[in-house]
Write a protein that binds this ligand. Structure first.
Ligand SMILES: Cc1cc2nc3c(=O)[nH]c(=O)nc-3n(C[C@H](O)[C@H](O)[C@H](O)COP(=O)(O)OP(=O)(O)OC[C@H]3O[C@@H](n4cnc5c(N)ncnc54)[C@H](O)[C@@H]3O)c2cc1C
Ligand code: SF4
Length: 514
């Protein structure tokens, strides 16, 4: 066997690809991970708000284009561990209802080809692997689980506990946000996680966030049969003459192109880039792009309807680690509305420089730091629909063009009003700035953190790219295991589902590799 041939090649080392590498590592098979980025540098700037949020120190230099061809810089991160290096580690299961077709304000979501029960064992494994802290049973939408969370919930700080108590008194069901950090509150001096105020949206300087590099890639590399090539950007997948299997992977490293081959090829570049790679890999046998006889590759792009909402309180909010609370009372419907609204959760504590763009018009006379000290910060998330016209295509330079029309706007706007009215009716009220000052920002298409859906899995090769095992319908040895496979997105953060699915696909591949 040639030195450039592997049993398995995994392209992309994030939530999907990194997790799969660890799952397959004990098989002893020769596994190669190709990652376009390097290791995210450990440096003081990891925790510097201006560097991270204003200078975009860790954001890729990519240019993408909107449907009108207007260029924008997407919030994408190319490192070992992928976007999980920057994530908030809110590791939610999708709700049971998300797996079946349901009506939303603007249309019906599709059925998943697997049920919640089919994925449940893998959610449990994923929570264990990614050190999820949480508590079952408080959230009315919690799906059934075969095991408790492996770690107790991350405790609320006093201000968030107050908010929780007030919400409970008002009849809501606030619960602890499930969180993947390596925190041991019972033994703080020996805890890897320091419980700091620069977590959500920042890399973790002390490697205490359960990201794919720390949890999956580094442990996978302890196996002698696993190799990682960094700064290795895959440009094209070539097939045999029949077009039925990928036989060559063209990789660019240090400006040089080389060819590598593998028996099984797993694409996990993130939803937009996986579609891009398949579209760039067109050939005589696959004229519309690899695995794209259905013309489905790149379609059904979703990224959530999301609002970052800041309530400016008269009292200072000294919370350090704020992302501990979630409310799902409106996930399936609201008392006065028959359609799902979505999920409410906290977001990392805001800091002055983050307000640079928007603040002055909202709070004239306040300094940015003063605003941040008084801010209580929420993240509102609603489901966007998978629409065939919402899609990734490529321009003549092979850059991503994102055609996207917003859907389901009414529910997210109602969720915002709902939260504002809840806060006004709670005993937080006397402390709110007069006129109920809220700063709310709808996340634009450049906020690609929750991208998904571009290679959906399904049973019908005419309407999906992947089969139930996430193998391309049209090829024998090509799989996709990042968030591309989602047929719908639900209204909770996507990573745990990508991780659980990678573990599920891993079981299938282990059988295949025997
Ligand atoms: C700021 C931020 C906060 C977030 N917070 C949360 C959260 O709290 N909870 C949650 O569940 N999710 C969160 N997310 C989303 C989460 O990070 C993603 O859903 C998840 O990482 C997706 O996993 P993936 O495997 O699909 O892609 P990624 O993790 O992005 O991995 C893709 C990898 O492929 C590599 N790659 C791309 N193209 C190529 C190529 N051609 N050749 C080789 N390698 C390539 C990339 O460099 C990257 O490493 C957040 C995201 C961001 C940006
Ligand atoms: S809160 Fe913990 S996991 Fe998050 S960045 Fe700080 S030390 Fe790292």
């Amino acid at each position: 066997m040639s030195a450039n041939h592997y049993d398995v090649i995994i392209i992309g080392s994030g939530a999907g690809g990194g997790t799969l590498a660890l799952k397959l590592a004990p098989s002893g098979k020769r596994i190669l991970i190709l990652e376009r980025g390097g290791y995210l540098p450990r440096e003081k700037q990891n925790w510097d708000t201006t560097e991270v949020f204003v200078q975009n120190r860790y954001v890729s230099k990519d240019t993408w284009h909107d449907k009108n061809d207007k260029p924008f810089q997407p919030g994408s991160h190319y490192f070992v561990g992928g976007a999980t290096k920057m994530y908030g580690a809110a590791l939610f299961r999708l709700r049971k209802e998300d797996f079946t077709a349901h009506r939303t304000a603007d249309g019906v979501t599709p059925d998943w080809p697997i049920s919640y029960d089919g994925l449940e064992p893998y959610y449990t494994q994923a929570e264990k692997l990614y050190n999820v802290h949480g508590q079952r049973g408080e959230d009315p939408t919690d799906p059934p689980a075969s095991a408790p969370y492996p770690f107790p919930p991350v405790s609320h700080e006093p201000r968030i506990q107050e908010l929780t108590n007030s919400l409970k008194r008002a009849g809501y069901h606030p619960s602890f946000a499930p969180t993947g950090i390596l925190l041991n509150e019972a033994d703080a001096p020996n805890s890897k996680c320091l419980r700091c105020d620069t977590c959500d949206g920042f890399p973790c300087l002390v490697h205490a966030k359960a990201d794919a590099e720390v949890i999956a890639v580094r442990p996978a590399l302890k196996y002698p049969n696993v190799t990682l090539l960094t700064n290795a950007c895959v440009q094209k997948l070539e097939t045999s003459a029949s077009g039925n299997e990928v036989t060559k992977i063209i990789v660019e490293r240090d400006g040089q192109r080389e060819a590598i081959s593998g028996d099984l090829v797993i694409v996990s570049c993130g939803a937009a880039n996986s579609a891009r790679l398949l579209l760039m890999s067109s050939s005589e046998k696959h004229p519309r792009g690899l695995a794209n006889g259905s013309d489905m590759v790149g379609r059904n792009y979703m990224f959530h309807n999301a609002i970052a909402l800041v309530a400016l309180s008269r009292r200072e909010n000294p919370t350090v680690f704020q992302k501990t609370l979630t409310v799902n009372d409106f996930y399936l419907r609201a008392p006065d509305y028959e359609f799902p609204l979505g999920n409410l959760q906290m977001i990392g504590k805001s800091k002055g420089p983050m307000f640079r763009e928007d603040a002055p018009k909202f709070a004239p006379g306040w300094t940015l730091d003063q605003m941040a000290r008084h801010a209580v910060d929420f993240w509102l998330m609603g489901e966007d629909l998978p629409l065939p016209q919402n899609r990734v295509t490529l321009n003549s330079k092979n850059e991503i063009q994102l055609h996207y029309e917003f859907t389901n706007q009414e529910p997210i706007n109602r969720l915002r009003k709902q939260l504002q009215s809840m806060l006004e009716h709670l005993d937080l009220h006397p402390h709110l700035i007069p006129n109920n000052l809220y700063l709310g920002k709808h996340i634009p298409i450049a906020g690609v953190g929750h991208q998904s859906g571009t290679c959906r899995f399904g049973t019908n090769p005419k309407t999906s790219v992947l089969d139930v095992n996430c193998k391309a319908h049209e090829l024998d040895n090509l799989y996709v295991v990042d968030t591309s496979f989602f047929p719908s997105i639900g209204a909770v953060n996507p990573s745990l589902t990508a991780i659980a699915n990678a573990l599920r696909v891993g079981d299938h591949l282990l059988q295949r590799l025997k």
